[in-house]
Design a protein around this ligand. Sequence first.
Ligand code: GDP
Ligand code: IMO
Ligand code: MG
Length: 427
Amino acid sequence: MGGNLITVGLQWGDEGKGKIIDVLSEQYDAVVRFQGGANAGHTVHVGDEKFVLHLIPSGILHPGKQCIIANGVVVDPECLAGEIEGLKARGIDVEGRLWVGDRCHVVMPHHKLFDELREAEKGGPDIQTTQRGIGPCYADKAARDGIRFGELIDPVIFRRRLKHVLKARNLVLTRIYDADPIDFDSVYERYSRLGGTLGPFVTDTVGMLHGFSREGRSLLLEGAQGSMLDINFGTYPYVTSSNVCAGGATVGTGLPPSSLGQVLGIAKAYCSRVGGGPFPTEQDNETGELLRERGNEYGSTTGRPRRCGWLDAVALRHAVQINGAGTLALMLLDVLSGLGEIKVCTRYRLEGREIADFPGDTGVLENVEPVYETFRGWSDDLTGAERFEQLPAAAVDYINAVEKITGVPVKMISVGPKRKQLIVRGG
Ligand code: GDP
Ligand code: IMO
Ligand code: MG
């Protein structure tokens, strides 16, 4: 494709980003994660093998590609060390090509504990987080109470920072939650050991990425989660705690907006959402069950069943706009085969009024009624289609409708989880 490319999920996550990034990695020199953490679960199928990546960029399965976890990501060192070991055990070499930013915030045991305690609180929004400590870690980052990787790998500085942070957190744990305090010695021992193990991977990724840019090396930026989970533009408060949208790529890497031109939006041919929060096109019925079973819609990170429903073009247009998506990858189109008719929500209705723009107020979103356009279905199995011309007419009509409704060309069409099950138009 030339130049750099930002890839982002346009819905509620799990759009198939891992697959697209794996396929596109071939054409880029480095793959860069810029936000989120181990709440992500990106699935990549290589031959008969399946990999689920949480922190390591999905380019890692291509030998020789550089993989960078940039400063906007919150990194659980235990999870990262486990992922590195898991890849090594499967013959994937990460030495000398996996890097973690020294400015990345460390997800600590207290973050995971507070994630759990907060979810158990009554009266707040029922977000149903992944319990990976993401919200509390980003909250500490903003409150200037976080610990960064550059500090974790220095035992003296880490000791001082951890002493300070745990003192404050233990007061909250014991006095507010009536819970046991976290033991400094055991956390210090465990995490300074992890700091030692991960030390060789930690570097100034800002300098590294600018160096790559100067050398003319191309970067593929790997978004995690989806735009509707973005802390600013998603269905707040039922969101994650990071800047999921394309703008997050600049603050999450230290690369200027001017160097990150093109954006590829990744969307399912329908919608899924895992966790709580409004989902206007949800089909809590047989159609939803069919989509879940056919699409194998169970969380890659938590195994939770995903809520499924029709494509929501109001939300999709909002996501396209915010991300500046210039092309789309339409994923899991094969899952729709066999449905008599397929619906797309093009507008919402609220108290007799029609709304074409995505409402900022989640309270409004909870009460809207979707207005659908109905398309004819197809019965053909799409999983063997290799060229656009092989798709049935009804599937082509559906793709054309998605383009018309969003105003963005569908450049890639995915018809199965494997690398080869991808139709690239004009490519
Ligand atoms: P990500 O978080 O966006 O990387 O997506 P996940 O990996 O969490 O979930 C997407 C799921 O769909 C994975 O199980 C993929 O293997 C699978 N998948 C990706 N593309 C396709 C496709 O075109 N068709 C089907 N049937 N499955 C797909
Ligand atoms: P990928 O990268 C789908 C959801 C959680 C919850 C909300 C907040 O695989 O697409 P958090 O743990 O982030 O505080 O949870 O966000 N969520 C995801 N849903 N895919 C993801 O990542 C997600 N990451 C977080 O289910 O509703
Ligand atoms: Mg996922």
